[in-house]
Design a protein around this ligand. Structure first.
Ligand SMILES: *Cc1c(COP(=O)(O)O)cnc(C)c1O
Length: 551
């Protein structure tokens, strides 16, 4: 039943009685919390519609290949462990021996099973292309999945680091060769990567309380919230990209980064929620920026990098100034596994700033030396990324730091999905196709022009409700709508009346009236239905407007 049917059949008056007086109390909450509350309303929506939750960024797909391969490695690892124990004793087995393990492993792989074929290709790639020692590599994989040793080296397992470097190189750098000069620290998702970096920038006196950082908003909410916490107390300059510029920063906005009082630039690229990758022009501007402001520290969160066409990371443009964050959560449907990383160039600005700070301030130098002398013989030489690892475990637990080894091997397997094909791999192409047809299902049904440019990842899409209502029913109604309703009215009613949840995007720093729709977690049919609900709700507001005009 459409809204028109409902309205024709009933009681128009009820639609004027939607109580919105309580919406004010939501304006202080994070948009993620508001979404959770609206989801509860949606579950009890007055039309009894099924719930359409387009608020969540969690994808509804998974990569099967890596998971099945992981299971094979566990099985084989257990068999190998049984070979070495002093006696066959129930559930207890021993440790894996490296000698000859690669050949024994290859002998278990059939030519017909697709998981086995994947493992064979992955093995060949690592041995032939990356030059790994075959027994040592297979032993790292097996010990890793079995998880019977603390991670050593603690920052990243030896071969894991090289695989992750090859993956980042292939998918994010667009031809710029950085794999050999990049250190990687695998972390518990992009979430931990961000937390560790914020902590370390403070700990290393690179960003001090009262310092100013810049942010390109709208942006994933934590990047707005964390710097404002009392312990960081950073001043934020928001660069506020605009839809009229296709969500690219303008030259004027980029020029503000040239001011040396701007110490950091925290960035999500491609953006969340506006879902655009930076243009080659913007990347060139970054080069200009760091020439003028050489101590600028950029954090680039590239979680959505693979969803844009022809993508290039800021890290590839200004490698010495950029700390790269990546996560396997989105592309591989692995949010529960917590797989992410920090990557930093071996020659990076943070190490240079640490040297400057400690040379200029003896008390800081002494304190830092004292702090890290617990764990390394030459604390002054400790690299920023290794300090990040040590501080992630409060120094005292540096020897047991590092990401769990089964998680590191899972990352290897996801990365190898991509690496074993010379060109772009099918899985990655499929992920782009999936969000693309959902994007079209939504926008074609709404009936508004879409952006098919390379920059648009289509993982999310922003809807400017004010603009949309005006497009549908004209300017006068647009004005009325803006003046009569809270900016939360639309997502609120969409949940309460239609059972559909979208996320208020002003929480990401977008203008009020924008909502974010995730294209990652529902079917195309759902997006078509969501578009219908959106149109019906607009019609409903329009009827209220007409009634009001008559009264
Ligand atoms: C989803 C998302 C992440 C992922 O974090 P995980 O902890 O790896 O799940 C990081 N950054 C942004 C901008 C995201 O949208």
């Amino acid at each position: 039943m459409t809204v028109k049917d409902v309205v024709a059949n009933a009681d128009l008056a009820t639609f004027n009685k939607i109580d919105e007086s309580g919406l004010d109390k939501f304006t202080k909450l994070s948009n993620f919390e508001v979404s959770a509350i609206f989801l509860e309303y949606a579950a009890k929506n007055i039309r009894n519609n099924r719930v359409i939750n387009a608020g969540r960024g969690n994808p509804n797909w998974i990569n099967t290949t890596a998971r099945l391969a992981n299971q094979k490695l566990v099985n084989f690892g257990v068999e190998e462990s049984k070979r070495t124990f002093e006696r066959d004793d129930g559930a207890m087995a021993g440790f894996i021996e490296g000698e000859g393990v690669a050949d024994r492993f290859l002998a278990t792989l059939s030519d017909t099973d697709s998981t086995d074929q994947f493992l064979r290709s992955a093995f060949d790639y690592c041995v032939d292309k990356l030059g790994f020692d075959k027994d040592a590599f297979v032993k790292e994989l097996l010990d890793g999945v079995i998880g019977n040793n603390y991670p050593v080296p603690s920052r990243a397992l030896k071969y894991t680091e090289q695989i992750l470097n090859a993956y980042l190189q292939k998918n994010l750098y667009k031809g710029v060769d950085l794999a050999g000069e990049t250190d990687v620290f695998p972390t518990e998702g992009g979430t931990a990567a961000m937390v560790y970096l914020f902590q370390e920038l403070k700990q290393s006196h690179i960003l001090n309380p009262g310092d100013t950082i810049a942010i390109n908003s709208p942006i994933f909410t934590p990047y707005l919230q964390i710097p404002e916490l009392a312990e960081y107390n950073l001043k934020i300059v928001k660069l506020a990209a605009d839809e009229d510029d296709n969500w690219q920063m303008t030259d004027e906005q980029m020029d503000t980064l040239k001011d040396p009082s701007i110490k950091g630039f925290f960035d999500v690229n491609p953006t969340n929620p506006s879902a655009r990758a930076y243009s080659p022009h913007t990347l060139d501007k970054f080069k200009e920026v760091v020439e003028a402001n050489p101590n600028l520290v950029v954090i680039s969160d590239d979680v959505y990098g693979t969803f844009a066409d022809d993508y290039q990371s800021i890290y590839a443009a200004i490698p010495h100034n950029t700390l790269l964050v990546y996560s396997f959560s989105k592309l591989y449907g692995a949010t529960g596994q917590r797989l992410g990383l920090i990557a930093a160039n071996k020659n990076n600005v943070c190490d240079r700033i640490i040297k400057e700070v400690t040379n200029n301030d003896k008390s800081i130098k002494d304190a830092m030396e004292e702090r890290y002398s617990m764990v390394v013989p030459e604390p002054n030489e400790m690299k920023f990324i290794d300090r990040t690892v040590a501080d992630s475990r409060a120094i005292g637990l540096y020897h047991t730091s590092g990401l769990s080894t089964p998680q590191q091997i899972m990352m290897d397997l996801f990365a190898l999905n991509s690496l074993i094909t010379d060109d772009v791999d099918d899985y990655l192409l499929t992920s782009k196709k999936v969000v693309n047809y959902r994007y079209h299902a939504l926008w074609d049904e709404i009936g508004v022009n879409v952006d098919n440019s390379h920059a648009n990842t289509k993982y999310y899409t922003l809807v400017d409700i004010y603009d949309l209502v005006e497009k549908v029913h004209g300017e006068e109604f647009g004005k009325y709508f803006r003046s009569q309703y809270s900016y939360l009215s639309f997502p609120y009613r969409l949940a309460k009346e239609f059972g559909a949840v979208v996320m208020d995007a002003s929480g990401f720093g977008a203008r009020k009236g924008y909502v974010r729709i995730s294209l990652a977690n529902l079917t195309s049919d759902d997006y078509r239905d969501l578009a219908k609900c959106i149109k019906s709700l607009i019609d409903e507001y329009y009827m209220e407007f007409q009634q009001d005009q008559k009264a």
